[in-house]
Design a protein around this ligand. Structure first.
Ligand SMILES: *Cc1c(COP(=O)(O)O)cnc(C)c1O
Length: 374
């Protein structure tokens, strides 16, 4: 049996040819392909302005800058995410304030969010974990009642929707990632959906040294920018992927449904929310019944690997990392995030998988786990 990774990008021959064209064209950095991808992403997001960037991490950091967030400000987020989500808050000099995860959705617990709001709170940074959207009605209701900006970390939820409305087509600032593991990739890369032309213009400056170029060939710099523009090489990959995104996501939903059909329900694992309408099924993550197991999660993953099945961990609760422990966070602060973070495993889920692959993963998962249950 061939090794089945937990994810693998699907790049077609047309895309590979399009990258070759860019390489032969003499223009390989930001150029016409980036412009075209920005236009197509904007169309995908209901006509809102979209700007490309070298990573979603950079998009989030610049989104916080655009929202005017800096030292002394607090940004509310969830400790159950990729570490980028909180790092960007620290990068702009603000303070991340965590709210525990909801055990049902595994996203930020909106029932606990308002208790975390202080006079210093300026924004909410919600994460659509595994591609399952945070409840946008409750989220924006809270934000508007308290006058807060929202920076959506939608890195994992491209193509997902909230009650039929595509993520990115509404709301405040919305960031998507095109990292190699995401539902749509450009190798590395990302984009930010913005509210208006002024924000888009500021974003363009922030991603490229603060520069404004004028028609007469002169330039000016009036803000401090960084270097986070995307290349046309990456944009050519993104263009090929965007064409296929809805098809990819439809296949991911089918595969997730198959997981629910074939998963051994007697193992005592908690399955993810069975949402086949809104989620884009970026990941499929059961929670291990650790208290009934005679081996650790790490050993379980090693045994799956020995059976040629790749299993990931996304993610340990981030407030337990040294960087945050040093700021005073400790075990027990966010028990739901800690519990999910310690038990979660990511099983293979990517569009090129066959139905038989899912059945094989379920069968192997069951056999490996049953052998160590007490
Ligand atoms: C991937 C990811 C990011 C960061 O995306 P990059 O493009 O790798 O910078 C941020 N947040 C979440 C939830 C992610 O999954």
């Amino acid at each position: 049996m061939e090794f089945l990774p937990f994810t693998r990008p699907a790049i077609d021959e047309d895309t590979i040819a399009a990258v070759g064209e860019v390489l032969r064209s003499g223009w390989i950095t930001t150029g016409p392909r980036c412009q075209q991808l920005e236009a197509e992403l904007s169309a995908y997001c209901g006509g809102r302005p979209v700007r490309l960037v070298a990573s979603a991490t950079a998009a989030l950091e610049m989104a916080l800058q655009i929202a005017g967030i800096g030292p002394g400000d607090e940004v509310i987020t969830c400790p159950l995410s990729w570490i980028a989500t909180a790092n960007v808050v620290l990068k702009v000099g603000a303070t991340p304030v965590f709210v525990d995860a909801d055990p049902a959705t595994r996203n930020i617990d909106l029932a606990k969010l308002e208790a975390a709001i202080t006079p210093r709170t300026r924004a909410i940074l919600p994460v659509d974990l595994a591609g399952l959207p945070v409840d946008r009605e409750r989220l924006y209701d809270i934000a508007s009642r308290h006058g807060l900006r929202v920076v959506e970390d939608a890195a994992q939820s491209m193509g997902a929707n909230w009650r039929g409305e595509r993520i990115g087509s509404f709301g405040d600032l919305v960031s998507f990632s095109f990292h190699a593991n995401k539902n749509m990739t450009s190798g590395e890369g990302g984009c930010l959906v913005l509210n208006n032309a002024d924000e888009a213009r500021l974003f363009e400056k922030l991603r490229l040294q603060g520069v404004t170029r004028f028609a007469d060939g002169t330039m000016d710099v009036d803000v401090l920018g960084g270097k986070a523009n995307l290349t046309d090489i990456a944009a050519a990959i993104g263009l090929g992927q965007l064409k296929k995104l809805d098809g990819f996501n439809a296949r991911r939903r089918e595969l997730a449904q198959l997981y629910f059909e074939h998963f051994d329900r007697e193992l005592g694992c908690a399955l993810p929310p069975a949402d086949f309408e809104q989620s884009n099924w970026h990941m499929f993550q059961p929670l291990l019944p650790l208290e009934r197991m005679s081996i650790s999660r790490g050993e379980f993953i090693a045994r799956m690997k020995a059976e040629n099945i790749g299993v990931g961990v996304h993610y340990p609760a981030m407030h337990l990392f040294t960087l945050f422990r040093e700021k005073g966070y400790a075990e027990g602060d966010y028990p739901v995030a800690e519990d999910i973070g310690s038990r979660t495993v990511t099983l293979p889920l990517f569009p090129a998988m066959t139905d038989e692959d899912v059945i094989r993963v379920c069968r192997t998962f069951s056999a490996v786990l049953r052998a160590v249950l007490h």
